[in-house]
Design a protein around this ligand. Structure first.
Ligand code: NAP
Length: 365
């Protein structure tokens, strides 16, 4: 099968590097276009990331020689698109929100689909915010998005915040079995790689916890409602619940976001054993379609009293699975558990790649 040529915007950053590494031997996609800030533009990729490559895996053959373009230069991407070097782009840009918003729209208007990691368009009503196992049907708003914007081939799809990945799929699995979740109390312990590079100063992080991540609690409380929402006409309408209260903390862990979660169910309450069985057996469309980046088992249940742990569990099933453990009754609500997922893979680049695979399988790419 001939691979689809793709571009990565923000290819030199923390998430961009994950894209480059994860796509190195992807069966469907091949990186043929890389772009970043004007600081990196005009350099071969290898030179642009020299001294700041963060991963143990290297970039793919050929990528080191690609000339980095300026991500603000949509015409350059369009030229690559016309030449057959860039059928769509993954966006991993870190800029002011309104700048990213305008730039991603300019790519889509030029006919280049954008699969984004940035938060800029998460609240745009006609832009789907996808977790492939939960709301793949939201992608079907794409034709209306195109019509409303006057876009021909381009479109924008985003993925949600990295910290909610650790518990959204588990709660969705329970909801699917008819268990209403009324309220959730979530405390996250988020890795430093979630802040990009160079991120949080080392003197703030070593021997310390920072109990504040700008904007993160609002995202954790609101984004689940859009993901669980419904497509009505040309917009996605938020679900009315659950009500979420989030505490988000930055902790001295390199990769892997942990979430300690308490759930209050509606009138019907599952037993602990039932919850474990529902999670262990949960499968969804990406598994049915056997998408290359889909974890075989999206939720892995650990029985050990001291798991999940970031170092031991973040890489489970290509770092795409959510690992849950410490499933026990809650004295305030009904049930407590700890969820963990890899923030720059499942929560960022891997999640974006899975979304692109889903879009390809549904005929949008
Ligand atoms: P990062 O390490 O700071 O990388 C930022 C990227 O954007 C770099 O490639 C940088 O290029 C480029 N860039 C910066 N300013 C630019 C400009 N003015 N014009 C064009 N390109 C510019 O950030 P990150 O952690 O990878 O995050 C990237 C995006 O993913 C953000 O929107 C973030 O919110 C989102 N995200 C991150 C995570 C995570 O776990 N880190 C998880 C989910 C979502 P240079 O190298 O040339 O400066």
């Amino acid at each position: 099968m001939q691979k689809i040529p793709v571009g990565v915007l923000g290819a030199t950053g923390m998430v961009g590097q994950q894209y480059i590494a994860l796509l190195a031997d992807h069966p469907w996609f091949e990186v043929r276009y890389v772009a970043a800030s004007p600081r990196s533009a005009g350099k071969p990729y290898a030179e642009a990331v020299a001294g700041r490559w963060h991963l143990s895996r290297s970039y793919g053959k050929g990528v080191g020689d690609l000339m980095v373009a300026d991500a603000n230069d949509v015409q350059s991407a369009l030229a690559a698109f016309k030449k057959g070097d860039c059928a769509f782009v993954f966006s991993a840009l870190e800029m002011a929100k309104d700048e990213i918003k305008a730039l991603e729209e300019a790519y889509a208007a030029a006919g280049i689909p954008v699969v984004s990691n940035a938060s800029a368009h998460r609240w745009t009503p006609d832009v789907p915010m996808l977790i492939a196992e939960i709301n793949p049907h939201h992608a079907d708003i794409i034709p209306q998005q195109r019509e409303q914007r006057g876009w021909d081939k381009g479109f924008i799809v985003v993925k949600p915040n990295c910290s909610i990945q650790s518990y959204m799929t588990p709660i969705w699995a329970l909801m699917q079995k008819g268990y209403e979740i009324r309220r959730m109390f979530v405390t996250t312990l988020q890795a430093v790689s979630g802040a990009g590079y160079p991120g949080v100063p080392s003197l703030d992080m070593i021997d310390n916890i920072v109990p504040y991540i700008g904007g993160e609690e609002e995202k954790s409380e609101q984004e689940p409602l859009k993901i669980l929402g419904s497509v009505q006409g040309g917009t996605i309408v938020n679900a009315p619940g659950p009500l979420v209260s989030a505490h988000c903390n930055r902790v001295p862990v390199v990769d892997g976001h942990t979430a300690c979660v308490s759930l209050e169910f509606g009138d019907k309450k599952p037993s602990i054993e039932e919850v474990k069985a529902i999670w262990a057996q949960f499968r969804a469309l990406p598994q049915e379609l056997k998408l290359p980046f889909a974890p075989e088992q999206p939720i892995i249940v650990r029985e050990e009293a001291d798991r999940p742990q970031p170092r031991k569990d973040r890489d489970a099933d290509k770092a795409m699975a959510v690992t849950v453990g410490r499933i026990r009754p809650c004295k305030l609500f009904d049930l407590r558990f700890v969820g963990l997922s890899h923030n720059t893979v499942r929560g960022a680049a891997g999640g974006g790649i899975l979304n692109a695979e889903l879009l390809k399988a549904r005929g949008y790419l």
